[in-house]
Design a protein around this ligand. Structure first.
Ligand code: SMG
Ligand code: MG
Length: 373
């Protein structure tokens, strides 16, 4: 249905603790929400989408300002034209978006809002629409680079006390073997442990990276720059530890290329990064066809993105614990209902659409900029 109005809201939420990676440090979640308001059978229906971009291009080439511009100048006008014409909205929207090069994060934010509105109007949960079949999702926790080894062990101990059973450590050159060994010594060899370098290494570091695997790692995530698929293939040929790609997988096409090159033994699927939940499902299906396990990654989303990620994570080839942690790991107050960890699992909401109950007062309080388009 054609939108009554479309709003972009830049929102800022304080993080309960800073999150440091090899790319920088974040102390607040500062991103963009899209609200696609349409006429439902019983009045207006709001679809919400959350953008995965950061205020700066630290992980992806897009960032909040470029996403805002892409949406106001190109993608929302295009979506309005598509919505004004007859026929099913989502398939025609995806066809129209496919003619616009790149900008997966901007497309994902708008497509998610449209998808949420359509499914709420139809009374269908996103998990049903996507084909999810799990009513509880195994999750882990991603631990940033701390101020000290003691700080790291305190954080990991705290998360294990919270009930998380899979730990992912951020690493970078100079902070890798020591923290991994310390966590192994403190918490034992059976702790499911993986690392994420966020592109910080180069092929000259391959001999060093090979020494990391004596610590029994589940995965080594994105050691090299996103566009260097060949470097990942070279490492994967020598490393027993599965190589997992994140930033490199920007579309179904790059997923297919990475798989064909043997550059990825596992994929961190992030709907925002690949252009939305429907493409994320295609990446999931392609990986499944090649026997490559996936997990649903995270961008410190608010409950709006978290609810949708949980719906996606119910698909059968998400066999590795995801980076979808409980709300309290990120925010003291969220924009939706809280998601609580139960035995290292989260329960996806079952309501129509994302199932997120958006607290419009909290959204208003968190809003730093509002654009109608
Ligand atoms: C903004 S977080 C940076 C992206 C990072 N995400 C995580 O480590 C998970 C963060 C989370 O718990 O949402 C990754 O490269 O996988
Ligand atoms: Mg990653």
């Amino acid at each position: 249905a054609r939108p009554i109005d479309v709003e972009l809201r830049r929102v800022t939420l304080p993080l309960v603790r800073p999150f440091r990676t090899s790319r920088g440090e974040e102390t607040v979640k500062d991103t963009l929400l899209v609200r696609w308001r349409t006429e439902g059978p019983d009045g207006p229906v709001d679809g919400w989408g959350e953008c995965g971009a950061d205020p700066e291009p630290i992980y992806y080439p897009e960032y909040v300002d470029t996403v805002t511009t892409a949406l106001t100048d190109v993608l929302v006008p295009l979506a309005r034209d598509v919505a004004a014409a007859p026929g099913p909205l989502l398939p025609r929207l995806r066809t129209a978006f496919a003619d616009v090069p790149g900008m997966p994060l901007a497309k994902a934010a708008l497509e998610s809002a449209v998808l949420d509105a359509e499914l709420r109007t139809a009374g269908m949960p996103l998990s049903t629409y996507l084909g999810g079949h799990r009513d509880r999702i195994a999750v882990g926790v991603s631990v940033g680079i701390p101020d000290s080894l003691d700080d790291l062990l305190a954080q990991v101990g705290g998360y294990l006390d919270d009930g998380y059973r899979r730990i992912k450590l951020k690493i970078r050159p100079g902070w890798d073997a020591e923290p991994v060994r310390a966590v192994r010594e403190a918490f034992g060899d059976d702790l499911p442990l993986q690392v994420d370098a966020n592109q910080a290494y180069r092929t000259s570091d391959i001999p060093h990276l090979l020494t990391l695997e004596e610590n029994g790692l589940l995965l080594l995530e994105q050691p090299f720059p996103a566009d260097d698929l060949l470097a990942h293939a070279r490492l994967a040929a020598d490393l027993r530890t599965p190589v997992c790609l994140d930033e490199s997988i920007t579309s179904l096409g790059t997923a297919a290329t990475a798989i064909a090159l043997g550059a990825t033994d596992a994929i961190n699927v992030k709907p925002a990064r690949v252009g939305g939940y429907l493409t994320a499902r295609s990446v999931h299906d392609l990986a499944a066809a090649h026997g490559i396990p996936c997990f649903c990654g995270g961008m410190l989303e608010t409950g709006i993105g978290r609810a949708m990620n949980l719906a996606l994570a119910g698909l059968p080839n998400f066999t590795l614990p995801g980076d979808i942690s409980a709300t309290s790991r990120y925010f003291a107050h969220d924009l939706t209902q809280s998601f609580e960890l139960v035995d290292s699992h989260l329960v996806p909401p079952t309501g129509p659409g994302s199932g997120a109950h958006v607290d419009t007062d909290a959204v208003e309080d968190a809003t730093t900029a509002l654009t109608s388009c």
